[in-house]
Design a protein around this ligand. Structure first.
Ligand code: ATP
Length: 316
């Protein structure tokens, strides 16, 4: 870990994040930055695409380049901003204002205290973490920092994103119960390349292909999605690998029984679950959806690849 001097900050706000919480959080952030004598520029654009364009221009400018880009939003805004800051020298700071805020949780950034989160940015302590690159059907290739959902979990996320209530992580539980009523397991083919020797349930060798009926097979650069659901409990953000948790054909009743523990952030070691660690993973299941950092990411098949050290983040 190293420290930077952060005197010029570009604050990027998603006014819609956290059911409209973004604007209020941004005001608290700006107040804090100005009180500390920091030079502030702002992006509060009407769309995610416009936000990225403005941030990309600032990050690549010689004259206006900020010392840090500060994301005031949730994992959705963070995901969009990766397109501007991945592989750049400008670090990303996070002030959580979203629903899930899973990257912030992973990094130990407080989710309910904008001033404390802003102070972490100003302290300038940086860490390099991996990102994932995802290619899928019907979507342009993109980055992710947390987890890719494939199958049931992706459907739950897509449903939760459309819901207005309840606010907060409980939304994912309600969406999961609703999705349990629908089509459920799919025949999955999972191809793993660059297997980490001896890790988790990895077989010997560099490469393997698994055919199995499964509910879902989330792929994690970090450990959680949905506001703390521990789906890839052993994932390490800076090991150069991605973890995949293959949840086999667990019955609906059993899934309903497991959901509260998963929502509460508990580690679940179910006999129908296998975990693998690899550098490159392809997941195929006919009719399955994909999400990345809680955002729609097209349909399966998806191919994801670990991109070691691709993001510099400001951490406590
Ligand atoms: N400036 C913007 N204008 C409109 N939409 C935006 C903007 N910035 C981001 N978005 C989109 O808003 C959606 C929600 O974003 P965000 O993640 O910030 O909030 P959230 O969904 O409440 O939180 P979380 O992802 O942590 O659950 C995402 O799809 C994101 O792409």
């Amino acid at each position: 870990m190293s420290e930077l001097s952060v005197r010029r900050v570009l604050v990027v706000t998603n006014p819609y994040s956290g059911a409209g919480r973004g604007d209020g959080v941004a005001d608290a952030v700006l107040e804090r930055l100005l009180a500390q004598g920091v030079e502030v520029a702002e992006v509060r654009a009407p769309s995610a695409t416009e936000s990225v364009e403005q941030v990309r221009a600032a990050v690549s400018s010689e004259l206006r380049r900020p010392d840090a880009v500060l994301c005031v939003g949730g994992d959705g805004l963070m995901n969009v901003l990766l397109n501007a800051v991945a592989h750049s020298t400008v670090p990303l700071g996070l002030v959580p204002a979203g629903t899930g805020n899973d990257l912030a949780r992973e990094l130990g950034i407080p989710t309910g205290d904008p001033k404390a989160a802003t102070d972490i940015v100003l302290r300038g302590r940086v860490r390099h973490i991996d990102l994932g690159r995802i290619e899928s059907t019907y979507a342009t290739p993109t980055w992710f920092a947390t987890v890719v959902g494939t199958g049931f979990d992706a459907r739950v996320t897509l449903r939760a994103n459309k819901m207005r209530y309840p606010r907060g992580p409980l939304r994912y539980t309600v969406a999961a119960v609703a999705e349990l009523m629908r089509g459920y397991t799919l025949p999955f083919t999972i191809e793993l390349s660059g297997l980490a020797p001896g890790a988790l349930d990895n077989p010997d060798g560099e490469h393997t292909v698994i055919h199995t009926d499964a509910v879902m097979a989330p792929i994690g650069n970090t450990r959680t999605y949905g506001g703390g659901m521990l789906v890839c409990p052993d994932a390490l953000a800076d090991d150069g690998y991605l973890d995949i948790t293959v949840v086999g054909a667990v019955s609906r009743l059993e899934m309903a029984r497991l959901l509260p523990a998963l929502s509460a952030g508990k580690r679940i070691d179910h006999p129908s679950t296998k975990r693998y660690r690899a550098r490159r993973i392809t997941v195929t299941a006919d009719g399955g959806y994909a999400t990345a950092d809680g955002e729609p990411a097209g349909m399966l098949p998806v191919t994801v690849q670990a991109m070691p050290g691709a993001l510099t983040v400001l951490v406590p």
